[in-house]
Design a protein around this ligand. Sequence first.
Ligand SMILES: Nc1ncnc2c1ncn2[C@@H]1O[C@H](COP(=O)(O)OP(=O)(O)OP(=O)(O)O)[C@@H](O)[C@H]1O
Ligand SMILES: [Mg+2]
Length: 490
Amino acid sequence: MKEYWNSLASVLGVLAFCQSLLQLVFPPQLRFLSLRFLNRLFQLFSSYCYFDITEIDGFNTNQLYNAVQLYLSSFVSLNGTRFSLTRPLNSTATTFGLSDNDCIFDTFSGVTVLWEHVVIQRQSQTLTWRPLPEEKRGFTLRINKKDKPLILHSYLDYILEKSDEIRRKNQDRLLYTNTRGGSLDSRGHPWESVPFKHPSTFDTLAMHPDKKQEIMADLRDFADGQSFYQNTGRAWKRGYLLYGPPGTGKSSMIAAMANYLCYDIYDLELTEVHNNSELRKLLMKTSSKSIIVIEDIDCSVNLTNRNNNKKKKSNKSSYCDPEARCVSSGEDGGNSITLSGLLNFTDGLWSCCGSERIFVFTTNHIEKLDPALLRSGRMDMHIYMSYCSYPALKILLKNYLGYDETGLDCDVLKQLAEVVDEAKMTPADISEILIKNRSNKQKAVGELLEAMKTRNMKCGSLSQKNSDEDEEQEKRALEGSDFEQPCKKD
Ligand SMILES: Nc1ncnc2c1ncn2[C@@H]1O[C@H](COP(=O)(O)OP(=O)(O)OP(=O)(O)O)[C@@H](O)[C@H]1O
Ligand SMILES: [Mg+2]
């Protein structure tokens, strides 16, 4: 052992001597040139090629560097032993990173590549308007020369796509709103955003499990359907109309959709939009992978009447499409939203700027909507949010009180099943009772049963009327669309 250390010390000594000799004999420029020459020689005979991805490209941050960093973070924690940990602004997760000057192997399409995280001190601070970091950071990708044409482009595309996915998963969703009367912020942006932390998910949503599965499958198909939409020549967007009485979970459903797909939400306040062109500008400033929401579409602006009135009033040049919706250049066309403006927003050429967007309209009164809004291709799926049914009630009991089917007395369950449909209580009504008594489960269920029975007795005739109204609403939705009705009433 002692001999080994002695020989190692002597080798190191010789190396140090050579280095100082080199420094003495060769001036720095010559040393630099000879190093460059050796490097070229090495690259010529090496079977690898190397790609440097620096953190700062000129004066701008290199997006590819950030993408690689995020991409590597997805598996570095599995294979590495030393990590750098970060938590970016607005992020909900800690990110594992490759340590300085550390390496990691990755395999793509059966080809193994090596990533190195290169960090070196910056020699001297050049005079710039923006101070540069003291360290130069970058990733070096090593690929076998024969594999380069096979994978380089597809691998980089894959990294960009994957990193985008990770970023969206890690970051808070954003909720955008346009409630500033059309004014722009300092960067000329018409939307204001706040982190969106709504806890509603499809697990917490009380509705018939089959209906829920159907909606989730539809959303998943949409999100994974890029090639389908491309092949069929359709814009990559989808429209959902949520309708039903207040408190049945329309807004909760939107939050669940956003959380399920990790999309941002643009909550469009139509009353703050002055005209069609402003509406179009708002649309242009939305990002892809987002849900654009117009709540209570029947109350936001009087679109149907607006059109009718205009048709009567306007004697200036206008033309009508076959469905008799006027697209007018008349008096109020300049400073108000028209139905056609709204339809163009969801359906026209402008709706395709950007991609992967979902439009959701909600209403309590589907019968008040103009049939043009309901026709095939506009709102692809009409979802009726109904009063609480027995399968939905079981979800509420589980979520609020922790009861599953076996936890509750059979007799109580049977009674609940008998009265729940007739009681016509919304999930919001029921959750109020459950929240109020959540520390005493027995009492909560007892009170709920009482409330349902009382409603049944009191509102026998009223519930018949409501039922007729419900049927009328659904009938109306079916009439307004000549396409398959995917979600039927429970
Ligand atoms: N289907 C549901 N599942 C779980 N909770 C629900 C459901 N519906 C309503 N709730 C509860 O009731 C509250 C109100 O629901 P929500 O705002 O989603 O109803 P809404 O249909 O959008 O009502 P409105 O028509 O008045 O806008 C929610 O915070 C939620 O706690
Ligand atoms: Mg709502």
